[in-house]
Design a protein around this ligand. Structure first.
Ligand SMILES: [Fe+2]
Length: 406
C-alpha cells in the first residue's frame, strides 16, 4: 500500500472523526487535507505505479468502470481515496451520490459547472428542466475542487493531457442524494444506471431491422414514438435519430413525439442535436493527438459563448491574441479532400464553385471575419457576393466550429 495515501487517509479519518463523521463537513476536510500535502507535489507517479504493480498488499479494489482505470489507494468503511487515470477521457455532465474533493495530480482539464433550473420530474429516473452552464475554467496540475453530493454540484471534465490523473477523496455513498443524474443540455436529466430492459431489447430489435435494411423501420419507429410514454419515447427517439436522419425520416418521428407530449417535449429536439454534436467532437478527439488541438476540441465541445472560448485560449496561450491562435489551429487541422478543403467537419461548399487552390485563403478569411464579429471583410472575401459569404457562415454554424461564428 502506498505510504503517502495511507497517511492522507489517516489524516482525513482523524479529522472527520473529530467532526462526528458529519457529511456536511467532509468536502472541506477532504479539500484541506489534499491542499496541505498536494499529491501533485508529493507523489512520484512512476513510483506509485511500480508499487501498485509489484506490492501485493493493496486496498480492496472495485469493479467500477469510471476512470481509465480507477485504482483505490486507501479504503475505510466510510470513505476511500481513488486515483483516476484518463487517457482520452471526457466525462458526461453529471452530479454525485457522494461527496469529498478531487485534486489534479497530473495533467490538466477543462472544468465546466452547471445548474439545473426549473426541474420537473417525469419519472424517478428522468427529469426535464434547463441545463445552464454557469462557469468554465482551466484546471491545472495541483488544483483541488470540493465535491458536494446532489444537484448543487453539477459538472463535467474534459481531460487535456494523456494521461491525466485525478485523486479523489470521497465518501462511499451519501444516502438520499441519488440518483447520480447525467445532464443532456439544454433540457434533460437522466439516471444513467437505470435499466429499462424492455426498452433495451426494443432498441436492439430496431438495430436488427436497421442492419437488414427492413423498409418498415421508419414507420414502426414512428408508431412507437407516437404511442410511448415520455421517458421511453425519448430513449427510442434518441436511439433512432441517426438512422432516421440517414433515411430522411427524422422530421415525422420528431413531430410524432412533439404532438404526443406537447409542452413537455419542448427542447428535446435541441437536446438530441446537441448530443449528436458532442458525440461528433468526441469521435474527432480519438484521431487527434496534438495537445493544442485536443484543447481546441475540448473548448468547442464545452463552451457555448465565443467570449468564454477566447478567454480560455488567452489563459492557456497568452503569447498571441486568441483569434490568431485559433486561426493557426484551424489551419493546422485543415484537410484536403477530392471535393475541396475542410476544417474538422466544416467542408468548403462545392456549390460556391471556387477552385480548390483558392479555397483555403477564402475559408480562413471567412472564419477570421466571423470570429471578429463581422467587422470590415478581409481582402480575400471582398470579391465574393454577399449570399456566398452568408453560405460560408452557415457552413461554420452547422459544424463543430459553431461557437466561433454565432
Ligand atoms: Fe464528477
Amino acid at each position: 500500500m502506498n505510504a503517502f495515501f495511507q497517511e492522507l487517509g489517516h489524516a482525513v479519518l482523524q479529522r472527520w472523526k473529530r467532526e462526528n463523521f458529519s457529511l456536511a463537513g467532509f468536502p472541506e476536510i477532504a479539500r484541506s487535507a489534499l491542499d496541505e500535502r498536494p499529491p501533485a507535489e508529493h507523489v512520484d507517479l512512476a513510483a506509485f505505479m511500480r508499487e501498485f504493480l509489484l506490492n501485493d498488499e493493496q486496498p480492496f479494489q472495485t469493479l467500477s468502470g469510471f476512470g481509465q482505470p480507477e485504482l483505490v489507494a486507501y479504503t475505510h468503511p466510510r470513505f476511500y481515496i481513488q486515483l483516476l487515470f484518463w487517457l482520452d477521457g471526457t466525462t458526461d455532465i453529471h452530479q454525485h451520490e457522494f461527496s469529498g474533493a478531487f485534486h489534479v495530480m497530473a495533467g490538466s482539464s477543462i472544468h465546466a459547472h452547471y445548474e439545473f433550473e426549473n426541474a420537473q420530474p417525469v419519472t424517478p429516473h428522468l427529469r426535464v428542466g434547463d441545463v445552464k452552464m454557469k462557469r468554465i475554467e482551466l484546471l491545472e496540475t495541483g488544483r483541488t475542487v470540493p465535491i458536494i453530493s446532489g444537484p448543487r454540484c453539477i459538472h463535467s471534465l474534459f481531460h487535456l493531457d494523456t494521461p491525466s490523473v485525478t485523486v479523489v477523496v470521497r465518501t462511499q455513498n451519501d444516502p438520499g442524494t441519488g440518483p447520480q443524474f447525467n445532464y443532456l443540455p439544454p433540457r434533460i436529466a437522466m439516471d444513467p444506471v437505470f435499466a429499462d430492459e424492455l426498452t433495451m431489447r426494443r432498441k436492439q430489435l430496431l438495430d436488427v431491422l436497421e442492419q437488414i435494411e427492413d423498409p418498415s423501420y421508419p414507420e414502426l419507429a414512428q408508431e412507437m414514438i407516437a404511442e410511448l410514454d415520455f421517458e421511453r419515447g425519448f430513449y427510442i427517439l434518441q436511439h433512432c435519430m441517426a438512422h432516421l436522419q440517414n433515411l430522411d425520416e427524422w422530421q415525422p418521428a420528431l413531430e410524432a413525439f412533439e404532438t404526443k407530449h406537447g409542452a413537455l417535449a419542448s427542447g428535446v429536439a435541441a437536446t438530441l442535436e446537441e448530443g449528436a454534436r458532442r458525440d461528433a467532437i468526441k469521435e474527432m478527439r480519438g484521431s487527434i493527438a496534438e495537445p493544442e488541438h485536443r484543447f481546441f476540441l475540448a473548448l468547442l465541445m464545452n463552451v457555448s459563448a465565443r467570449a468564454d472560448l477566447l478567454d480560455l485560449v488567452s489563459q492557456r496561450f497568452p503569447e498571441e491574441p486568441p483569434v490568431e491562435t485559433i486561426l493557426r489551429w484551424a489551419e493546422e487541422l485543415g484537410t484536403e479532400t477530392d471535393y475541396g478543403i475542410a476544417i474538422l467537419d466544416a467542408a468548403f461548399p462545392e456549390s460556391l464553385e471556387i477552385a480548390p487552390e483558392d479555397q483555403p485563403d477564402i475559408f480562413m478569411a471567412a472564419l477570421r471575419h466571423f470570429m471578429e464579429g463581422g467587422k470590415k471583410a478581409p481582402a480575400a472575401l471582398r470579391s465574393l457576393p454577399v449570399p456566398q459569404v452568408q453560405h460560408l457562415r452557415a457552413v461554420f454554424a452547422a459544424s463543430s466550429l459553431r461557437v466561433l461564428v454565432v
